[in-house]
Design a protein around this ligand. Sequence first.
Ligand code: N0T
Length: 530
Amino acid sequence: WSAQGADIVLDAPLPRIVHKDGRHALLVDGKPFFMLGAQVNNSSAWPAQMPLVWPAIDKLGANALEVPIAWEQIETKPGVFDFGYLDLLLAQARTHNVRLVLLWFGAWKNNGPSYTPAWVKLDNARYPRVVDAKGELRDSLSPVFPATLDADRNAFVALMRHIRGKDPQRTVIMVQIENETGTYGSARDHSPEANKLFAGPVPAPLLTARGRTGGTWTEVFGKDADEAFHAWYIARFADAVAAAGKAELDLPMYVNVALRDPFKQQEPTSYSAGGPTDNVIDVWKAGAPHIDVIGPDIYFPETPKYHAVLKLYDRPDNPLFVPETGHTFAYARYLFDVMGRRGIGFSPFGVDFTKEANDPAAIPKSAWDMLEPFASNYRLVAPIMRLWARHAFEGNVWGASEPDDRKPVDLDLGNWKARVHYDKGTFGASDWTWMKPRPANPQGPEGGVLVAALGPDEYLVTGRMARIDFTAPEGSGKRAMLARVEEGRYDDAGNWVLHHVWNGDQTDYGLNFTTVPRVLKVKLGSYPAR
Ligand code: N0T
């Protein structure tokens, strides 16, 4: 029997993150899931804004929506909670068949306490701010005061308890702890309370992680001691909040990162110091074992920087998850890289039709146009999302986006090789370099491919604005050929349904992907070179 639709709904399995051989998967309804996400603007989490949110989410075709839950909104007076907005959000998300990722805007929202209730942000004596090296106060709350942790944790526990009671369907699949923690303008808190801790020994779990047996912060971390100290205490704070929340409802929990430039050595006072920037990931991992994922918010549109960040956060101890990325044209293609790296999700920021922005130029002439490059990639991936997520966890997958320089990208498929071109026009073999390149899209690079191994010589292949050629590895004495190329789709039971076979112009000049979503099953064969 089923209780769906009745008053009682059977508990669905809890979403969770699993690990195997350095790989990771987000399980939703018990199976690997890739989040085709969207995050609303910061001031969109209000009932009156939702009519401007859902049309954008539906148009985008997202399967998960990231929405802030503001501390100031749920606990206006200490101990008095109001979850009216959350209840509305849960009901609407189910109607729109979209999962939710809730963002706990607590003590830190981009370094400051702007989303804390007035009784927190206006009471500096009880909830002290960071004191910088010159003795001046910064906006950021200090992580070392128990009253601040108690108040934040208490509200978060109430939130998680509420979700436990209202969400047997597991509409909520993940929770973000705080938002872009860290402090602008000071590497740590220099209050007397913090100074006392700073003069003390480095805590044991962090010593172990560093392979040390003892020492003060300065002895162990040298010139980086201030930042490591701040990172540790913010990580401990976030961990305590997450652990208490998980005791109510054991959902996957992550933190997001205000990044530093991956190529520049920067002073910690020039970024959100103490947050989980790439240089202190190990400090955070040691300090926050209840945080399942550290996810970079990527607002660098350039290919080398974007790739560098993906590499830094894609680790055996950290699933790759991009909880925020820019919503302009240049960012849409990076979905292909995140998927190729076996990531668990990707989400452009600022997806709604409220026309709210932090930059007058951020919303192009039509918000609708802005979504189209992301929407068309989501249309490509959505029908194969579950299959892909399973292969990313258990098999072999590859993905590549069109780089800024439009140079070809080589994929090593093991038995075979593939070269992906982003500038090929009509006709021409891969090595006909004299042919004129296809003119670039004036809006910028947009192409990408996805390849999943279905068997030793068989691949699922899809993409956008790209040509893919397969070759046999050099020195193999073989030449590759396309034995059979089928276009089709997977039905609900996961069976392949052939639509038609590609041949002739559709295969003679590589497999060419346009803006039309097409999924291919490619069987490779070979003949001897001589
Ligand atoms: C992000 C978003 C939102 C290249 C910005 C980015 C979101 C927060 N912050 O729209 O505020 O809530 O997580 C900060 C970027 C810092 C500078 C990056 C330089």
